[in-house]
Design a binder for this molecule. Structure first.
Ligand SMILES: [Zn+2]
Length: 184
């Protein structure tokens, strides 16, 4: 595990049962230093509050994610400050059993482990905050580029494109996420 991820380590063995709160500031270094080539996002200003509830059998992690993610507009490709805000729950059971993919919300922590790193969860949940289309609000797109882009699309993609074809194109963000999951 990379050095700059250490601050996302939580040593749960020494924690009392009950709720513990952690706060993280997610910025550029989170995406560039930590996730590097894998990340489709590069910059942002995001607050993450984590409420961790420890019991004898599991950890229940409640992530509250709120802030701005700097992305590119899907239409005009100009910078877009995307407001994101959402809550996510992750349950980590103390178990040597490997859980199947049927329930993503529940994962296992091997009984020999004493700490957990929450950076991956934060990274995945930030992705889940992002809408399928990232577009400026009405009238805020860069019209000049928008025109060029739409002209390009018209010449490159005549009206043949059907919905099923569109579905075959895997969104690169999800592809990256899938790859991350497979690494775990
Ligand atoms: Zn735009």
């Amino acid at each position: 595990m990379e050095e700059n991820l250490k601050k996302y380590d939580i040593s749960f063995v020494g924690l009392k049962e009950g709720i513990h709160v952690y706060n993280y500031k997610i910025g550029k270094e989170f995406f560039t230093d930590f996730i590097n080539a894998d990340s489709v996002f590069e910059d942002g200003d995001i607050d993450v509050e984590l409420q961790l509830e420890k019991s004898s059998t599991m950890l229940v992690l409640m992530f509250s994610i709120k802030g701005i993610l700097n992305v590119e507009c899907d239409v005009c490709m100009d910078p877009l400050a995307l407001n994101i805000s959402n809550d996510f729950r992750q349950i980590c059971k103390f178990s040597d059993k490997v859980f199947t993919d049927s329930d993503d919300e529940v994962t296992a922590i091997p009984l020999s482990d004493y700490e957990i790193n929450v950076a991956r969860f934060i990274y995945e949940f930030i992705h889940l905050c992002v809408p399928a289309k990232m577009i400026h609000q009405d009238g805020e797109c860069n019209d000049k580029i928008k025109d060029i882009v739409s002209q390009y699309l018209l010449t490159e993609k005549p009206e043949l494109e059907t919905e099923s074809e569109e579905n075959e194109n895997v969104d690169p963000r999800w592809a990256a996420l899938k790859e991350l999951k497979n690494k775990n």
